[in-house]
Design a protein around this ligand. Structure first.
Ligand code: DGL
Length: 270
């Protein structure tokens, strides 16, 4: 019998998954969260499928030592490359961010033309397209990799002329595609929402998979009878594989509370 008040394990290649963690914390305030950011091995977006599957396996083994009751893969690249394999092997409920994002975009589009922006890995995997077509094969999906967005976000250049210029170049091709919905298919991109919105204009709905992922997590925990008690006081713990101080500064700039302690883990040992 699993403990309902046990934490949910959330992982990402680094800081980006905090956009998913903060949405989980906002929507499910009784759920404790153990977060792992693989800051020693980021970025995942340019790595191979086999490598991402290996990394994800190590992280899940680590999260299991913290007694997690479910896993959220809060990284689009890892969701695209590793979710299938993990689902087959893991004895815990697990969700990624790609399926929930795809579902929301399908519900949002009116003209059946959806854009997806993400890392090279996510766009190449075409998993968003696969999920979208699984729901409605008539929908046209246009993908565009935006590899410079992650470093710009991590450098804190959220409102910066250089970011505006790079975003304008990346999004140019999508502007000509008559899309009415655009999936922010990378954990960092919700932090560039206003920049992307300015370029794409008010007719294009921006879909943030983090929101729908937190909703689906709530439903999944409910189904498995694993929701934390209503009076349970949630606790949050943060682990990284390198550069804890840098992670802490970034986390404290976007999370709704102050994080004092972040522990560094030798993730290769798991
Ligand atoms: N978290 C990754 C994702 O959502 C972006 C950063 C990376 O490339 O590792 O795809």
């Amino acid at each position: 019998m699993r403990d309902c008040n046990a934490p949910v394990g959330v992982f990402d290649s680094g800081v980006g998954g905090l956009t998913v963690a903060r949405e989980i914390i906002r929507q499910l305030p009784n759920e404790s969260v153990v977060y792992f950011g693989d800051t020693a091995r980021v970025p995942y977006g340019s790595k191979s499928k086999d490598t991402i599957i290996r990394y994800s396996g190590q992280i899940i083994r680590f999260l299991k030592t913290k007694g997690v009751k479910a896993i959220v893969i809060a990284c689009n690249t890892a969701s695209a490359f590793a979710l299938d394999t993990i689902e087959k092997q893991l004895d815990l409920p697990v969700i990624g961010v790609v399926k929930p994002g795809a579902k929301t975009a399908v519900a949002t589009t009116k003209n059946k033309r959806i854009g997806v922006i993400g890392t090279e890995g996510t766009i190449k995997s075409a998993l968003y397209t696969e999920y979208i077509h699984g729901i409605d094969p008539q929908i046209e999906v246009v993908g565009k990799a935006c590899p410079l967005f992650c470093p710009l976000v991590e450098e804190g250049m959220l409102h910066d002329k250089v970011t505006d210029e790079i975003a304008a170049r990346y999004l140019k091709t999508l502007q000509d595609e008559d899309i009415d919905s655009l999936i922010l298919g990378c954990t960092h991109y919700p932090l560039l929402r206003s920049t992307v919105a300015k370029i794409m204009g008010p007719e294009v709905n921006l879909v943030n998979p983090a929101y729908e992922t937190a909703l689906e997590l709530g439903t999944l925990l409910e189904q498995k009878q694993l929701r934390a008690d209503e009076n349970h006081r949630a606790e949050y713990a943060f682990y990284v594989s390198d550069a804890a101080e840098k992670f802490k500064d970034f986390a404290n700039s976007i999370m709704p509370f102050h994080i004092e302690f972040i522990e560094e883990i030798q993730i290769e040992a798991y």
